[in-house]
Design a protein around this ligand. Structure first.
Ligand SMILES: [Zn+2]
Length: 308
């Protein structure tokens, strides 16, 4: 089964201030890397514009309105200390959402075996009614709901290996037993949530790791906590909130993962998807701020996805 890759040039037109880590060059680095020969058979598609109504799967109308109203006609506007919007930000967000929802459609229709979506802005910090941490809308949460509403998925699992805890995804599904949220992340670190005892209605599995934890601790957390939770939950779809900022080169954190860790983690989640979810696996870009660490990690991730 083929691996699909969605992105869109307008996702690079969501602008952030000079020196901001979440910048358009991130997508340029990824697209350039995936142009290399090993990816000749990767099926590249432009992300379609998402349906605005699907934002309401995860956020109330007033949040959607507030983000739309915040978009400036020119220049940049600030939503919080580190979250900004520019004239194309709403369109970029709709493309990130459209790519995520299309990826879900693809794995349910059998058009693709698995899919990686490189959109911006990222999503996992966006809470029900709050944009924060570079995120406006929660792409993974919307895609999970889209799988439930459009494709009749009963249970969806989101595995988040971004170095930061996905407080937004946890917030949205806190009391929803139909969605399992599993996260490995550095603690202490922004946004401060993600302790082991934050368990929702038994559907939240947090595996915080101390600074400097490294590869072995990551693999142990997946093996001991995340994979058994997936077995118990038996999801119809696995979504990866794929941040690559736990890479040792990344400037924002200190988990010190190696590039190969993302190959390994992709492989073990593919095995789970094959056994539990008819292979359905959708991966959405979250963080990753060192361009070399990011592009090498994405290459490892997508290379493994393509091995089927
Ligand atoms: Zn992050």
């Amino acid at each position: 089964m083929r691996t699909r890759f969605y992105t869109h040039p307008v996702c690079r037109e969501h602008l952030t201030p000079p020196g901001h880590p979440e910048r358009p060059d991130r997508l340029r680095a990824i697209v350039d890397r995936l142009d290399d020969e090993p990816f000749a058979y990767l099926e590249r598609l432009e992300a379609p514009l998402g349906d605005e109504a699907t934002i309401l799967y995860a956020h109330p109308q007033h949040h959607l309105d507030k983000v739309k109203m915040s978009i400036p006609e020119d220049g940049m506007a600030r939503i919080d200390e580190d979250t900004t919007v520019s004239p194309k930000s709403f369109e970029a967000a709709l493309l990130a959402i459209g790519g995520a929802n299309a990826a879900v459609d693809d794995v349910f229709s059998g058009e693709a075996g698995n899919v990686f979506v490189a959109g911006r802005p990222p999503g996992h910090h966006a809470e029900k009614d709050r944009a924060m941490g570079f995120c406006l809308f929660n792409n993974a949460a919307i895609a999970a709901r889209h799988a439930q509403r459009k494709h009749g998925a009963e249970r969806v699992a989101i595995v988040d290996w971004d170095v930061h805890h996905g407080n937004g995804t946890q917030d949205i599904f806190w009391d929803d037993p139909t969605v399992l949220y599993c996260s490995t992340h550095q603690m202490p670190l922004y946004p401060g949530t993600g302790a082991r005892d934050e368990t929702g209605v038994g559907n939240i599995v947090n595996a915080p790791l101390p600074p400097g934890a490294g590869s072995e601790a990551f693999r142990e957390a997946l093996n001991a906590l995340v994979l058994p939770a997936l077995d118990r939950f038996s999801p119809d779809l696995i979504i990866i909130s794929a941040g690559f900022d736990a890479h040792w080169r990344d400037p924002l954190a200190e988990l010190n993962f190696q590039t190969e860790d993302f190959d390994w983690a992709t492989g073990v989640l593919m095995e789970k998807a094959d056994r539990l979810s008819q292979g359905r696996l959708v991966s959405l870009l979250e963080g990753g701020y060192d361009l070399e660490g990011l592009s090498a990690s994405v290459a490892a991730h997508v290379g493994r996805l393509m091995k089927g």
